[in-house]
Design a protein around this ligand. Structure first.
Ligand code: FES
Ligand SMILES: [Fe+2]
Length: 396
């Protein structure tokens, strides 16, 4: 037990009366969207994947963050590195595919070749150029760090000393100061160790293209006021009013909800895999939002993670992964032990996700109307109200 861990409090207990939903412009305005891209997605640690996705040397993923394409790759020493997907010769995009495996990074234009550590190792005929030094033409790195096995990048230019703060405070972060990942995640240190997230493997990824502003998904995720009507099946196994939160203010928000005895959040209602770790209480599911683009749902036998990628004020791409203990896959291969049936969980949440995205799209449509005005949050929506407060610290 961590003695410093904040206590869990019922959702209604942390409600700040008078809280209202955000004004229309936050959901429709290109100017606000540009502020978010510049003030949040260019400056904060954003989730791009999990280390298990690039398990071998030379495995890579390509991810767009704001307008930048990044290559995230595992080098020969096993370290994961991030580079701008930009050739140092004439700037050409190096990798076009979303993921793959490669022994070197070779530009498709004039075949400049970079090692997995980003160093330029081949540049045809450039030795003829007086003064040319390969060492000065490595790929531009991007800040990259791991938290619990998840890969995060941060586009702040830390080669510029003014952005490297010694004792960063949240205020400085708002102004664009760089906070090292360990400091950013310090409030969560050790909190999720039971779930073994660094060793888990994704059994499935589903991509959703949602016609709604990205903030609506955070607000939706942060309350279960909507559950009785929107998620009849979820509500049967997890009482909608059972939420208790230990993180009620700030960039990390959430807590747990109860799962009825002997049940699981699956289509069948049964557990679908080995537990991901030593989970003492099988009757709890934990839901946390991690600002600005991660939703973390911790079940006893799987961890579901949503990555949110705003595309425009009114459109968001969502990547959803379902992670299981690596032994769960092996047990299935041997045909013994607990049944491994990941589809049981995936189908359940795919259905639930779509129910959520549908109401988010309906919200977007109504919010875009001239009739929309900020409405009052209920006391069961204390966490979305807290999320909005946090968001407004970055965008005015
Ligand atoms: S642009 Fe990449 S080698 Fe010329
Ligand atoms: Fe929901």
């Amino acid at each position: 037990m961590h003695t410093t861990t904040p206590a869990f409090r019922k959702t209604t207990e942390t409600f700040a009366s008078g809280a209202k939903t955000l004004p229309q412009r936050y959901f429709v305005s290109p100017e606000v969207f540009a502020q978010e891209q510049a003030g949040i997605f260019s400056k904060q640690w954003v989730l791009v994947g999990h280390q298990s996705q690039i398990a071998g040397t030379g495995d890579y993923i390509v991810q767009q963050v704001i307008s930048e394409s990044l290559i995230v790759i595992r080098d020969k020493s096993g370290e994961i590195r991030g580079f701008y997907n930009v050739c140092r010769h004439r700037g050409t995009r190096l990798k076009e595919d979303a993921c793959g495996h490669t022994s070197t990074i070779q530009c498709p234009y004039h075949a400049w070749t970079y090692g997995l550590d980003g160093k330029l190792i081949g540049a045809p005929h450039m030795d003829d150029v007086p003064g040319f030094d390969r060492a000065e033409h490595s790929l531009h790195p991007v800040n990259l760090a791991l938290w619990e096995g998840f890969i995060f990048v941060n586009l702040v230019d830390t080669r510029n000393a003014s952005t490297r703060l010694r004792n960063p405070t949240a205020r400085q972060a708002e102004r664009g100061g760089y906070i090292p990942l360990e400091e950013w995640f310090a409030p969560l240190a050790g909190k999720f160790s039971h779930w073994n997230m660094s060793i888990l493997r994704s059994a499935k990824r589903i991509e959703y293209d949602v016609r709604a502003n990205w903030k609506l998904m955070f607000e939706n995720y942060s309350e279960c006021y909507h559950c009785p009507g929107v998620h009849p099946m979820l509500s049967k196994v997890s009482p909608y009013d059972s939420a208790e939160n230990d993180l009620c203010e700030g960039p990390f928000l959430g807590g747990f909800m109860s799962i009825n005895k002997g049940k699981s959040l699956t289509m069948s209602g049964n557990a679908c895999a080995l537990s991901v770790g030593k989970i003492e209480n099988l009757q709890q599911v934990f839901y946390y939002s991690i600002f600005p683009n991660m939703l973390l749902s911790l079940h006893p036998e799987y961890v579901m993670v949503h990555q949110l990628w705003p595309q425009s004020p009114e459109r968001t791409l969502i990547l959803c992964d379902w992670f299981f203990h690596p032994d769960a896959f092996a047990v299935s291969d041997r045909g013994g032990g607990p049944d491994f049936n990941p589809d049981d969980a995936i189908e359940f949440w795919d259905m639930t996700n779509k129910q959520d995205w549908h109401v988010c799209e309906l919200s977007q449509q109504g919010i875009a109307s001239r009739a929309y005005q900020p409405g009052p949050y209920s006391s069961r929506e204390s966490i979305p109200a807290a999320w909005d407060r946090e968001y407004l610290r970055y965008v005015r």
